[in-house]
Design a protein around this ligand. Structure first.
Ligand SMILES: [Zn+2]
Length: 185
């Protein structure tokens, strides 16, 4: 995995960019979705090998799983929202995208096996052609080391910095547009 902080940061940034103001229910569930795929590490306890389709970075890191998760979150947690409206689909797309972003980040790391993006239909594990992220240790203790420091540094440079710049750019454009439409009134 990439570190949990970075998965969460991507969830919040995507939420702001895609849905504007973030209601608490949206960002808490967004965080949840961004970390959910790693539930597959439980498989190690049951002796499921890494390479197995139910193993780490397998089915639970796939795009089909992301779509199912996004839809399930909407059906379970947003029953008060009228179904299949524009807003409903936007949120479903958001939760799917956040879940999928986990596997994409993992596919940008330099360790482990790749992400099974198309499982269960295709068992190939994929890496992105560009893998600047140092793979994160599983568990907290690994972070208190030189390895942990390298992970954090690589994520700050390649994820946090570009996303923050993108974010600042989008905010500036939105503010400029608001000011112009107010001036035109
Ligand atoms: Zn992962």
């Amino acid at each position: 995995m990439a570190s949990a902080f970075t998965h969460g940061f991507v969830a919040l940034s995507l939420g702001k960019l895609m849905t504007g103001r973030l209601a608490r229910r949206v960002w808490t569930l967004g965080l949840f979705c961004s970390l959910l795929p790693d539930i597959d590490v439980i498989g190690f306890l049951f002796g499921i090998p890494y390479r197995h389709w139910l193993g780490h970075r397998g089915l639970f890191h796939s795009l089909p799983f992301a779509v199912v998760t996004g839809t399930a979150v909407m059906l379970l947690a947003f029953r008060d929202l009228p179904r299949f409206t524009g807003r409903w689909w936007l949120l479903a797309a958001y939760f799917s995208a956040v879940t999928a972003s986990h596997g994409v980040l993992d596919a940008m790391t330099d360790g482990g096996y790749g992400t099974g993006f198309f499982m269960p239909f295709d068992s190939t594990r994929y890496f992105l052609p560009w893998r600047p992220l140092t793979v994160a240790p599983i568990g907290v203790y690994g972070f208190l080391s030189r390895w942990g420091w390298e992970v954090i540094l690589s994520e700050l440079i390649w994820i946090w910095l570009p996303l923050s710049l993108l974010f600042a750019g989008v905010l500036a454009v939105r503010r400029y547009r608001d000011r112009r439409s107010r001036a035109a009134r």
